[in-house]
Design a protein. Structure first.
Length: 322
């Protein structure tokens, strides 16, 4: 099935900087992808410094910051920022940790998505990605990462920070926890889910199984600077194959399913021109969980299918034991 026209239009006219304009980056970081066995490793403890609460988005919002458990991040990216949104009356029955999609800097988009879930008793904890917003290194043009190792480090740091935040929530007495995200956020929440030792509600929305398909198959395959990734004496085709093999090491489907797959919902767009729908099918098949289909594309779902994606979050929590 062809990509939705809105996907083609959006990515055709998108003003963009190329990804990986400075090449591969730190080869040591690229070689070290510590996902295997992560479920057996305890999450690094974090201490969050919170500001005062204020009324916003129909609930109570407070801002927090903590030191990232990933020490290899650039100095400016090591100060992780979060927002917590909870119902104005009473304690929440559950908390969902929301991860950013590609280019989603700041908190506004995800807080607007999460706010209607307050009526269902689901609070939100929203993490700003490393390399985004106030965590963006000097010289990085927008959300376009300069090197491949930056992307690897962004992913590993996001997973580590996500696991630490879940541990922090558990330490605060929250027992019904979940993760959600769209696109890149869908893959990050899936990686956190499969590396977490306990049951979670999971709403993985338009996820890639790994970044390999996004950068070598979809509408974003022209975004990397393939000439900058070409090895001496090599070709751009070989660079593309090497990047694909590297990113396949981040495949969600290569790891064991979450502890409680019945509480997971994977959502895919039939006419997605950015993330091949087969990626979501692969994850759902590996997990043995529900796969839901939306009829539009990657961009149109963000505009038109917000309520359907909220239902996926609420249904995942409804299936969580206890």
């Amino acid at each position: 099935m062809t990509a939705h026209w809105l996907d083609r239009a959006f990515y055709l006219f998108l003003t963009r900087q190329p990804f990986f304009a400075e090449g591969w980056g730190d080869e040591g970081v690229i070689r070290d992808i510590p996902l295997e066995g992560a479920r057996e490793r305890p999450a690094a403890p974090v201490e969050i410094a919170w500001g005062p609460e204020r009324r916003e988005h129909g609930g109570l919002l407070r801002e927090g910051a903590f030191e990232s458990p990933e020490p290899r991040l650039p100095a400016v990216a090591r100060r992780a920022r979060v927002r917590m949104l909870r119902p104005a009356a009473g304690e929440p029955g559950a908390v969902c940790l929301h991860f950013a999609s590609a280019g989603d800097e700041g908190f506004g988009m995800r807080l607007r998505f999460a706010a209607p879930l307050l009526e269902r008793g689901i609070a939100a904890l929203v993490l700003e990605n490393p390399y985004y917003g106030e965590r963006r290194p000097t010289g990085q043009p927008g959300a376009a990462l300069r090197t491949v190792s930056d992307m690897v480090l962004m992913a590993t740091a996001t997973v580590r920070e996500g696991r630490s935040l879940l541990a922090w929530l558990g330490g605060q007495g929250h027992r019904r926890l979940g993760v959600a995200g769209y696109s890149m956020g869908g893959q990050m929440c899936a990686l956190v889910a499969v590396t977490w030792p306990g049951p979670l509600a999971v709403a993985s929305l338009a996820p890639s199984d790994s970044p390999a398909s996004v950068f070598t198959e979809g509408l974003l395959k022209t975004h990397p600077r393939w000439d900058a990734l070409r090895r001496p004496g090599g070709s751009e085709d070989r660079a593309r194959a090497e990047l694909r093999q590297l990113f396949l090491r981040y495949a969600v489907s290569s790891l064991a399913p979450p502890v409680e797959p019945r509480a997971a919902v994977v959502v895919a767009n039939r006419r997605d021109g950015v993330v091949p729908p087969a990626d979501a099918e692969r994850i759902a098949r590996r997990w043995g969980c529900e796969l839901r289909w939306l009829e539009g594309g990657h961009a149109s779902a963000v505009i038109l299918e917000q309520e359907a994606m909220r239902r996926a979050v609420a249904d995942a929590f409804a299936r969580l034991p206890g």
